[in-house]
Design a protein around this ligand. Structure first.
Ligand code: 3PG
Length: 209
């Protein structure tokens, strides 16, 4: 099974994808892959999400496709059955911990406060999504968390864009960032895959220090 730490180190940015129409999945994945982004988080926010995951997994084996917005324990098994390789949740609950222990998919759980970080670490998770990152305090919050939890690695997500991403990536406790700016709804709707490829190329060139 995929190792979450390795996943976070695959590239500087994980695109947070909302697919309204499963037909968009393959051209979107092709554009992101062509731009050098291969870890793809398809959020379970739309009825098309799992069909999109299945299509990407079948047609683009070089992609590492997973699901986001996991909020129910049953989401893990049904996403694994569709072909997902990892799961991201906005927060962590006891039922999600129990489902993750069943082992269908590796989970990157969200946390927003020191208590949540501690609870997640006690449950065995040392790679966490800081969510919503900018609203939780952004760079300052990550520095403060780094002082007390030096063994925890973060993928901050929420309110980050191409301009602010490098400042996050420069932090020692940040492995990568997540964001929806790589798959903007307007470009998806317009089918402007060339523009998405360009965004992906610019993003995958962002340096981690
Ligand atoms: C989300 O859940 O939508 C992610 O946190 C992405 O947030 P963003 O749209 O601010 O990048």
């Amino acid at each position: 099974m995929l190792d979450i730490e390795a996943l976070l180190n695959d590239g500087p940015v994980i695109p947070v994808i909302v697919i309204q129409d499963a037909e968009q999945a393959l051209p979107l994945a092709r554009a992101l892959l062509a731009g050098g982004v291969r870890v793809l988080e398809v959020t379970l926010r739309t009825p098309a999400a799992l069909d999109a995951v299945a299509a990407i997994a079948a047609e683009h084996p070089q992609a590492i496709v997973g699901v986001g917005t996991v909020t129910r324990p049953e989401d893990l098994a049904r996403s694994a059955a569709a072909g997902a390789q990892f799961a991201v949740s906005p927060a962590l609950t006891r039922s999600l911990v129990a489902a993750a222990r069943e082992g269908a998919l590796p989970l990157l759980p969200g946390a927003m406060t020191p208590s949540e970080v501690l609870q997640a670490r006690e449950a065995g998770f040392t790679a966490l999504k800081l969510f919503p990152a900018a609203q939780a305090g952004g760079i300052g919050m990550l520095r403060a968390l780094g002082s007390v939890f030096p063994d925890v690695t973060f993928c901050p997500t929420g309110g980050i864009d191409a301009v602010s991403a490098p400042d996050y990536l420069a932090l020692p406790n940040v492995a990568c960032v997540g964001g929806s700016w790589l798959a903007p709804p307007a470009l998806l709707k317009a089918g402007d895959w060339g523009a998405i490829e360009k965004l992906a190329r610019a993003t995958s060139a962002l340096a981690r220090t």
